[in-house]
Unconditional design. Structure first.
Length: 285
């Protein structure tokens, strides 16, 4: 077989794989949105849930989703980026740092339910936080930390060494070079990593079932971090498995469509400015 024939077969194979993936994604989108969009209304999006009668909404769950997401990023982003900067710039290359990197990679592949059980034992039981928003956010931050550390480290290593060397040659300190040169140059990649972990956190349910609970406060919105904080993803699981409300199927369909729309809009709102910033920093390439 000639090289041209091999190249043609490989090209057809990758095109076929790409088309199949696109068709699968399109089928999922059409199925979820087709069933869920008719159930969406202003009362459904902003209203309070009902346990017995039909017609409840998901307003508190939607609020809790973003509240827990904000708190988890507040915990994980500074620690994750700081750890990545330390491993890239300050840490010596030895067996200990290699062990840390292997451990971080191993933690990033741990199933989320394991983090949920760990958060249940640590935050709910040992620390006495019970089922709460703060407990769920803290556990989510543990889930996001390994990914943020690896993303930060890889993004900083992708910055050309000449940036670092030129900054130090001009008399800047390490911290000045990191703050004014390396982090701005790596910012688009960092934003992409933060977007990925944020989207994962919005759709996470296994962790929050064990830490944030399956109920919401009677006040809406409730900013108390010690209140129970059922999110949209956990509510979707609950109404599909245990709810006794008559319109549980419609609530599940609407919740699934709303969750999908929220994740897509969230990614677009962060992804588009990130691409624009990347083009500006790279001279439009």
């Amino acid at each position: 077989m000639t090289s041209k024939s091999t190249d043609r077969i490989a090209t057809l194979y990758f095109w076929a794989v790409g088309i199949v993936i696109i068709l699968l994604l399109a089928w999922f989108l059409i199925r979820i949105l087709g069933d869920g969009l008719p159930q969406l209304s202003w009362n459904f999006i902003t209203g309070k849930p009902q346990e017995i009668v039909a017609g409840g909404g998901v307003g508190p769950m939607l609020f809790n989703s973003f509240y827990i997401l904000f708190l988890s990023l507040l915990f994980s982003v500074p620690i994750g980026i700081g750890s990545g900067v330390y491993l890239t710039i300050y840490a010596k290359q030895n067996r200990f740092t290699d062990f840390i990197r292997i451990s971080v990679e191993a933690l990033s592949s741990v199933p989320s339910i394991v983090f949920g059980l760990f958060g249940f034992l640590l935050f709910v039981n040992l620390m006495g936080l019970k089922f709460s928003i703060i407990g769920g956010a803290a556990t989510l931050s543990l889930l996001n930390l390994p990914v943020l550390v690896r993303v930060t480290e890889e993004s900083l290593r992708s910055v050309p060494d000449s940036y670092w060397e030129a900054s130090l040659a001009l008399g800047s300190t390490r911290w000045q070079a990191i703050r004014k040169v390396l982090l701005p140059a790596a910012l688009p990649t960092l934003i992409t990593g933060i977007t990925l972990v944020a989207g994962r956190a919005l759709g996470e349910s296994a962790i929050l079932i064990y830490t944030a609970g399956l109920s919401v406060s009677r006040y809406f919105p409730d900013w108390n971090p010690l209140a129970m904080g059922e999110t949209l993803a956990t509510h979707l699981w609950y109404v599909q498995s245990e709810a006794i409300v008559p319109d549980a199927k419609k609530i599940a369909q609407g919740s699934a469509a709303l969750l999908l729309i929220v994740v897509l809009i969230f990614n677009l709102l962060i992804g588009i400015p990130s691409r624009m910033l990347q083009k500006r920093l790279t001279g439009g390439k």
